[in-house]
Ligand binder design. Structure first.
Ligand code: NG6
Ligand code: CA
Length: 517
């Protein structure tokens, strides 16, 4: 009897140990391989979130991330425009190392070399499932694209298992969704043709047929008309495949939610690249007039709602505590980016720049300093961090998180800053705006002398060009009002030297070639 009792006890102990072990292992796997979601907005400014100081607009769902995670106050996109920032985010490389990393037309070839390291590739190699839903704007194909066949290479060739994208921007043709290289809903009898140089004979444009427009163009945006909205570039055919602008937010949200629901059993990386508040601003009728700030405010509310719905899905699927969420924007804000849409007229007291100088296209802070949040329920303690962090650093930092190393790029491993264990991020960072570069180092910002106009009339933004050098102490002078280049000579020469060391002597090269399209 005694012997029998000891055997039973032994069995109980062994089985307890075993079950403990397997749950430990599971815990280990989930903690070293959390799901990773990057929620990336388009042209959202530092001051566009109520948690970042907006008073005229409430963004409760973005705020829930900012207040429940780390709200970075010195978080940067690499650049003041979309393509270069997205390039840096995905490849961990400074975009100015690639001369083609500038705002791309919808017909541009793939900007990322298929041999290059990328964030999705790195995660895929660690066993992750990977997907992009939303705006791509990093080129597709190798030159001349036939939109009626599989368009490749694209996101699927640089690390994404699955892709559901808009090719370039909402204001550029082709105005269709592309799933894993194939235009969605295309009727082969109505092939799509795209051209950025000339129109197709007989096709209406904003110039020839202004009566067809439901939205008026201010500058640029006067080529093909789709859904009453004039676009950049010419497109013919593909009628059944054309997206409905007002449904785009719901459409991408549904795709992102579906992805989560169908991939939650194993670690996944989802790059959810939302289109708001880039032009044309086309809120769903549910959001029209809701912000009182015109369509720009309305689409921010729409994006906020979509983020709330997406977060609910993570929660309902039981994976919220096992998901790291990074929230940011590809560049700073702009009001008039080419359409008459009341953005300027209805701005009232709202300051999308959050007190920073400049805006989209600008080498001043509002161009690249953006809302930047990391959120991981139960793992990241809520806090505000003034660490200097850049989206480019996610590659090396996430590598560390998933127990690998990535040292071949410009990406800095600052995982502890992203997890809130330290307030120390990068020491310095080169920022970029339409080809011009500047140096942030500690509290200081150095901008070399550049030719050209400072004030870009069409968009109403100071882009930061002056024929003399600029030096700012951002800690004391966040709004960049006092140029200390004449008084802080020692600092100036130290910054200039560091800038040249990091950037190279030829920093002026190519700057003039970058034309504003
Ligand atoms: C500019 C467009 C602007 C926007 C931008 C790209 C004109 C006049 N302006 O050339 O509307 O599309 O490119 O924005 O065409 S970004 O956020 O994708 O960089
Ligand atoms: Ca953008």
């Amino acid at each position: 009897m005694k012997k029998y009792f000891s055997i039973v006890m032994l069995l109980i102990i062994v089985s307890c140990n075993q079950s403990k072990k397997s749950s430990d292992i599971k815990k280990e796997i989930t903690s070293t391989k959390p799901n990773i979601v990057i929620i990336y907005l388009d042209d959202l400014g530092y001051g566009d979130l109520s948690s970042y100081g907006a008073t005229e607009l409430q963004t409760p769902n973005m705020d829930a991330l900012a207040n429940g995670g780390i709200k970075f106050t010195n978080g940067y996109a690499s650049s003041a425009t979309c393509t270069p920032s997205r390039y840096a985010l995905l490849t961990g490389m400074y975009p100015w190392r690639n001369k083609n990393a500038k705002i791309l037309p919808g017909t541009a070839p793939l900007l990322i070399d298929t041999k290059q390291q990328t964030l999705p590739k790195l995660l895929k190699n660690q066993g992750y499932q990977t997907a992009i839903v939303g705006k791509w704007h990093l080129g597709l194909g190798t030159g001349i694209v036939n939109w009626n066949e599989k368009v490749t290479p694209g996101p699927n060739e640089v690390g994404f298992d699955e892709s559901y994208i808009l090719a370039a921007t909402q204001d550029r043709v082709p105005t269709v969704y592309i799933k894993n290289g194939n235009v969605v809903g295309l009727d082969k009898n109505d092939p799509i043709e795209v051209n950025y140089k000339e129109n197709f004979e007989g096709e209406p444009t904003a110039i020839s047929n202004p009566e067809m427009l439901t939205m008026k163009w201010h500058h640029g945006h006067n080529s093909s008309i789709v859904n009453g909205i004039p676009r950049i570039g010419y497109m013919k055919g593909g009628e059944s495949a054309k997206w409905v602008d007002t449904e785009m937010a719901d459409h991408f949200l549904a795709k992102a939610q579906h992805y989560v629901k169908t991939h939650k059993e194993n670690p996944f990386f989802l790059y959810y690249a939302m289109q708001q508040p880039h032009v044309p601003r086309t809120p769903h009728p549910r959001f029209v007039g809701k912000s009182g700030l015109g369509p720009r405010g309305d689409v921010i509310l729409e994006a906020d709602w979509a983020i709330g719905e997406f977060m609910k899905t993570l929660k309902d699927e039981g994976i919220l505590e096992n998901t790291l969420i990074v929230f940011s924007s590809d560049n700073g804000p702009v009001l008039n980016d080419g359409y008459f849409d009341d953005a300027d007229e209805k701005i009232g007291k709202h300051d999308p720049k959050g007190g920073l100088r400049g805006g989209k296209y600008s080498i001043f802070e509002a161009g690249t300093r953006v809302p930047f949040i990391t959120y991981w329920k139960g793992t990241i303690a809520p806090q505000v961090s003034d660490a200097i962090v850049c989206q480019m650093d996610l590659l090396a930092s996430i590598a560390d998180l998933v127990n690998t190393k990535e040292t071949s790029t410009d990406s800095k491993e600052i995982l502890q800053a992203f997890l809130g264990k330290t307030k120390k991020g990068r020491e310095n960072l080169i920022i970029e705006a339409t080809g011009k570069t500047a140096l942030r180092s500690g509290d200081w910002l150095y901008i070399p002398a550049y030719d050209g106009e400072n004030f870009r009339e069409a968009v109403g933004i100071e882009v930061g060009n002056f024929p003399y050098e600029q030096l700012y102490n951002l800690k004391k002078d966040r709004a960049q009002q006092s140029n200390l280049a004449i008084s802080e000579l020692e600092k100036l020469s130290e910054m200039k030297q560091l800038f040249i060391n990091l950037r190279g002597k030829d920093y002026q090269k190519g700057v003039k070639e970058v034309v504003f399209q």
